[in-house]
Ligand binder design. Structure first.
Ligand code: NAD
Length: 288
């Protein structure tokens, strides 16, 4: 068997074109969705991610406002910027690129973003909505994984799903989304004693651990759906995921590549959330 590809690049292109159409429709009412992207410091990976997001805004008809702050920016200065953006009617989404320098309290920053502009879906209230099964602005990476599954016609209902990785930004919301769609979900993490014991029973494996080649062919069942969220830079500069792609693709039913799988979908979901936030803003304005 050779696995079919969960092509995030192709699906992203289609979804961004749809976001653009909806953005053009609300532009008729004098409103252009606006995303503020805030970067603190000069981390090269973060700069690359921010560039990708700004490029996606252009493709999707979203206005981007980019704030590049020096590494030594204080927490007070960053919070003041966020408060200004919260009050700015032209800004519908605020994204603060993570990680932040150590002297800044990430939680305080994320909780300062107005909930209706939290397009990353990291605010505790947005996480609460997701937990209760009615997300308003779902976190982008797991939402991108769900969109990939839906597009391929893979229904999680009744399936065994294993999520490897339990971070607040990927693993936990991923598990909640799969659960809300009827999967039986197991969450594995660095302290899980025997990963294979769980993965061999899985119809769907989503891995977000940050470990190259963590998922091997002998760990999965034949025909399983394998979604690779990992992004790892090897010493030779190449980018790989968490799955031993060449081996696993000979046994899996579906597999997402890295790059070109979940990565572009994350950015596309950010565009969708910004549009959604602008649409909420518009309907609130019309209701006034
Ligand atoms: P994180 O470091 O916050 O969390 C990693 C999780 O994986 C932890 O729960 C840890 O316990 C678990 N883990 C680590 N090693 C493990 C192992 N050997 N076995 C089982 N579990 C293990 O990382 P994160 O922010 O959740 O990101 C995870 C990966 O996903 C990284 O490679 C990151 O670059 C990537 N990522 C990709 C996207 C995207 O858009 N494709 C978005 C966010 C993160």
């Amino acid at each position: 068997m050779v696995a079919r590809i969960l092509d995030g690049k192709a699906l992203s292109a289609r979804l961004r074109a749809r976001v653009r159409q909806r953005a053009e429709a609300i532009a008729q009412h004098g409103l252009q969705p606006g995303l503020a992207v805030v970067l603190v410091g000069e981390n090269p990976a973060s700069q690359l991610y921010v560039n990708n997001k700004v490029r996606a805004c252009v493709e999707s008809g979203v206005r981007s406002l980019r704030y590049n702050l020096p590494r030594q920016t204080s927490e007070t200065e960053l919070l003041a910027l966020i408060c200004r953006l919260n009050a700015d009617e032209q800004v519908h989404g605020i994204l603060v690129q993570l990680p932040l320098p150590d002297h800044i309290d990430v939680r305080r920053v994320l909780e300062t973003i107005a909930i209706e502009k939290d397009v990353d879906g990291f605010h505790a209230q947005n996480v609460g909505h997701l937990t209760l099964g009615h997300p308003r602005l779902p976190s982008c990476t797991p939402a991108g994984v769900m969109a990939l599954l839906d597009d391929a016609g893979i229904d999680p209902a009744g399936k065994n799903a294993v999520v490897i990785g339990a971070s607040n930004i990927v693993g936990k919301p991923m598990a909640l989304m799969l659960l809300s769609r009827g999967a039986t979900v197991t969450v594995c993490h660095a302290q899980t004693r025997d990963l294979t014991q769980h993965t061999v029973l899985a119809d769907i494996v989503v891995v977000a651990a940050g470990c190259p080649k963590l998922v091997q062919k002998q760990m999965i069942q034949s025909g399983a759906v394998i979604v690779d969220v990992g992004i790892n830079r090897l010493p030779d500069g190449s980018i790989v995921g968490d799955v031993d792609f060449d081996q696993v693709k000979t046994k899996a039913g579906w597999i997402s590549p890295v790059p070109g799988g979940v990565g572009p979908m994350t950015v596309t979901m950010l565009m969708e959330n910004t549009l959604r936030a602008a649409e909420y803003h518009q309907s609130a304005r019309l209701a006034e």
